[in-house]
Ligand binder design. Structure first.
Ligand code: ADP
Ligand code: MG
Length: 542
C-alpha cells in the first residue's frame, strides 16, 4: 500500500482555519449541521448519478447518514453512502476554497476584524468548521466511480493534510472527528441528538444516531402551509441558507397549473452585498419530486433575485434533465416567470399589510428591485409598484409609492413628475420645484445613485408617463401671474443678450412659464442626459 502523500493547505484555507480555530467560539455545534449538510449533498449527488449511470460502486447501498458517538475515545463519526471522493476531489474539495461565499467571508473578516459575530453569522464555513471542535479529522472515502481508490484523508487543521490508500471502504464518506479536550459534549449521544433534532429535520435522507433513527424525512416544501410551524420554517431557513438568524420573509406556495410547483422561498434579514462583498450567488435550489437537480441553477430566477434562498420543486421537470440543457429549457423559463411574478405579488401584499417591515426590507434590498426594473421589462410594472421614495408631498423621512402618487394626483394628470439628485435638501433648494409647487403638482424625489439610470429605463407606471421635472420641453398649464409680464420685444432682446453672452455653453435661451420666484433656471434639453447623469458621466471620464 502506498505511503501517505503530504499536502500543504492553500493559503486561504490556512487563514480560514486560523479563524475557525481561534476566533469562532460561539455556536460550535454548527459543525455538525455543516457535516450533515455535506453528507446530504453527497447523497443527493449520488441519487442523481443513479439516474444517468448504471455502473455505480455499491449501487444498492441504502442512502442514509449514520452518526456514531464514542465517549471513551472522545470521537464523533459521521458517515454517508453518498457520492464519495476520488484522490483529486479530496485535494480539491478539502484542501482549497472554491466556495465564493467563503472567500467573501474571509475578506470581510480581514476588513472588519475577527470578532464581528454578526458577519460570521452570515456564512456557513462548511467542512472546515469541524476544526472548531476537533484536533484531528479523518475522512475515509470511496467514490461512486468503481475504478476509484479507497482513501483516507487526515488533518490536524493546521499544517496541511495527508492522503493515503486504505482497506476497502463502503461508498461515500466517513468522517471521524477526534474531539479536542473540552469538547467532550459532542461525543455524547444525548447532546448530538439534540443538535440533530434542531438542525437536521429537513434532511431528506434518514439520519441514524448510534443505529437509531432521529429525523422524520420530510420535504417541508411539499407540505401544506397549515402543517408547518413558524419555527420549522425558520429552522429550515437556517438549514438551507446556512444562516444563524431568522428570515425577513417566508413565502411558501404551491400550484398545479400551468406547472406543478412547490416553492419555499426566504428573504434573508441582511443583504450580504451591502457589506461590500461582491455579487451573491443564486441560492434557490431546484428539485424534482424531492430529488435535487441543481443547488445553484443560474436561470431558475432572474439574476436580481439572487438574494433569495430556498427550494423550488417542480414535478413537471424531467428527472434526467442535464444542467446544460436545463439552462435553456423553455420549462425553466416558464418557472422563472411564474415564480418571479408570484414573489413580486407576495412582496406587494407584504408591503400593504406591514409597511414598516417592508420599509426595513426596502432599505436593505431596494437595489435588487431597481436592478430588476432596469433589466426585466416584463416585471417592470410590478417592480415599479414596490419602489419607494420621498416626494414634495411627504414629510422628510416618509416614503411613498407611485400608486399613492397617482391616488393623490389631480384628475386628468397623465404624468408622474420626478427629480433625481443627491439629497432631498438639494432638490428642494433647486429652481425646478417651484413651477410644480405653484400648480399643486407632486414631484417624486429620488436620491439613490442608481435612480437616474433606473428611471431612464422605466418610461411609465400604470399608463402614466414618468417625466423628469427638469426637462426643457415640459408643458405645464398656464398660471395666473401677478405683476406685469415683459413684452415680446423685451423678451427677445433679453434672450438674445443672454444667449450671446453664454455662447456655446447653452443650446438656447427662451422665456418659459415654469419659474415663479427664481428669475432663471438651467434646463436639460429634451433627450439629453440630465445634470445627475452628466455628473456621473464626467466622473467616469466620458
Ligand atoms: P460546500 O458544502 O459549501 O461546497 P464545504 O466546505 O462544506 O463547502 O465542502 C467542500 C466540498 O467538499 C463540498 O463541496 C464537497 O465537494 C466536498 N465534500 C464535503 N463533504 C463531503 C461528503 N460527505 N461527501 C462528498 N463530498 C464532500
Ligand atoms: Mg457544505
Amino acid at each position: 500500500m502506498a505511503t501517505a502523500e503530504k499536502h500543504g493547505f492553500q493559503a486561504e484555507v490556512k487563514q480560514l482555519l486560523d479563524i475557525v480555530i481561534h476566533s469562532l467560539y460561539t455556536d460550535r455545534e454548527i459543525f455538525i449541521r455543516e457535516l450533515v449538510s455535506n453528507a446530504s449533498d453527497a447523497l443527493e449527488k449520488v441519487r442523481l448519478k443513479q439516474l444517468t449511470e448504471n455502473d455505480i460502486y455499491q449501487g444498492d447501498a441504502e442512502l442514509k447518514i449514520s452518526l456514531t458517538t464514542d465517549e471513551e475515545n472522545n470521537t464523533l463519526t459521521i458517515a454517508d453512502s453518498g457520492i464519495g471522493m476520488t484522490r483529486e476531489e479530496l485535494s480539491e474539495n478539502l484542501g482549497t476554497i472554491a466556495h465564493s461565499g467563503t472567500k467573501a467571508f474571509l475578506e470581510q473578516l480581514k476588513e472588519k476584524g475577527d470578532s464581528n459575530a454578526d458577519v460570521i453569522g452570515q456564512f456557513g464555513v462548511g467542512f472546515y468548521s469541524a476544526f472548531m471542535a476537533a484536533d484531528e479529522v479523518e475522512v475515509y472515502t470511496h467514490s461512486w466511480d468503481k475504478s476509484a481508490e479507497n482513501l483516507k484523508w487526515t488533518s490536524d487543521g493546521a499544517t496541511g493534510y495527508t492522503v493515503e490508500e486504505v482497506d476497502e471502504q463502503t461508498r461515500g464518506c466517513k468522517m471521524v472527528i477526534k474531539l479536542k479536550e473540552g469538547q467532550e459534549e459532542f461525543a455524547k449521544a444525548d447532546r448530538v441528538k439534540e443538535i440533530l433534532e434542531k438542525y437536521s429535520n429537513f434532511v431528506t435522507f434518514p439520519i441514524e444516531l448510534n443505529g437509531e433513527r432521529v429525523n422524520k424525512v420530510d420535504a417541508l416544501w411539499l407540505k401544506s402551509k397549515s402543517e408547518v410551524s413558524e419555527e420549522e420554517y425558520n429552522e429550515f431557513y437556517k438549514f438551507v441558507a446556512h444562516a444563524w438568524d431568522e428570515p425577513k420573509y417566508t413565502m411558501h406556495f404551491s400550484a398545479d397549473a400551468p406547472l406543478a410547483i412547490n416553492a419555499l422561498l426566504f428573504v434573508p434579514n441582511e443583504n450580504q452585498e451591502q457589506f461590500g462583498m461582491g455579487q451573491m450567488e443564486a441560492g434557490v435550489s431546484l428539485y424534482c419530486r424531492k430529488v435535487l437537480i441543481d443547488s445553484k441553477p443560474q436561470k431558475l430566477l432572474p439574476e436580481w433575485l439572487r438574494f433569495l434562498r430556498g427550494v423550488i420543486d417542480s414535478a413537471d421537470l424531467p428527472l434526467n434533465i442535464s444542467r446544460e440543457t436545463m439552462q435553456d429549457s423553455a420549462l425553466i423559463q416558464k418557472l422563472n416567470k411564474l415564480i418571479t411574478k408570484r414573489f413580486l405579488k407576495f412582496l406587494a401584499t407584504e408591503a400593504k399589510n406591514d409597511p414598516e417591515k417592508y420599509n426595513e426590507f426596502y432599505g436593505k434590498f431596494s437595489r435588487f428591485l431597481k436592478e430588476g426594473i432596469a433589466t426585466s421589462f416584463e416585471h417592470q410594472e410590478a417592480l415599479g409598484g414596490l419602489i419607494r421614495f420621498e416626494s414634495t408631498m411627504t414629510e422628510a423621512g416618509t416614503q411613498t409609492s407611485f400608486a399613492e402618487y397617482i391616488d393623490r394626483a389631480k384628475d386628468g394628470q397623465e404624468e408622474i413628475y420626478y427629480l433625481v439628485g443627491a439629497s432631498r435638501d438639494i432638490l428642494e433648494k433647486g429652481p425646478y420645484l417651484e413651477a410644480f409647487k405653484a400648480r399643486g403638482l407632486e414631484v417624486a424625489l429620488f436620491t439613490d445613485q442608481v435612480d437616474q439610470y433606473v428611471l431612464d429605463s422605466m418610461p411609465e407606471f400604470k399608463g402614466k408617463k414618468l417625466v423628469p421635472a427638469d426637462r426643457a420641453d415640459l408643458e405645464l398649464d398656464d398660471l395666473e401671474t401677478e405683476g406685469e409680464a415683459l413684452d415680446a420685444a423685451s423678451v427677445e432682446t433679453l434672450s438674445k443678450f443672454m444667449s450671446d453672452t453664454l455662447g456655446e455653453r447653452v443650446e438656447k435661451v427662451e422665456a418659459g412659464k415654469r419659474l415663479v420666484d427664481s428669475p432663471i433656471a438651467a434646463l436639460a434639453p429634451k433627450d439629453a442626459p440630465n445634470a445627475q447623469m452628466m455628473a456621473m458621466m464626467k466622473a467616469m471620464g466620458q
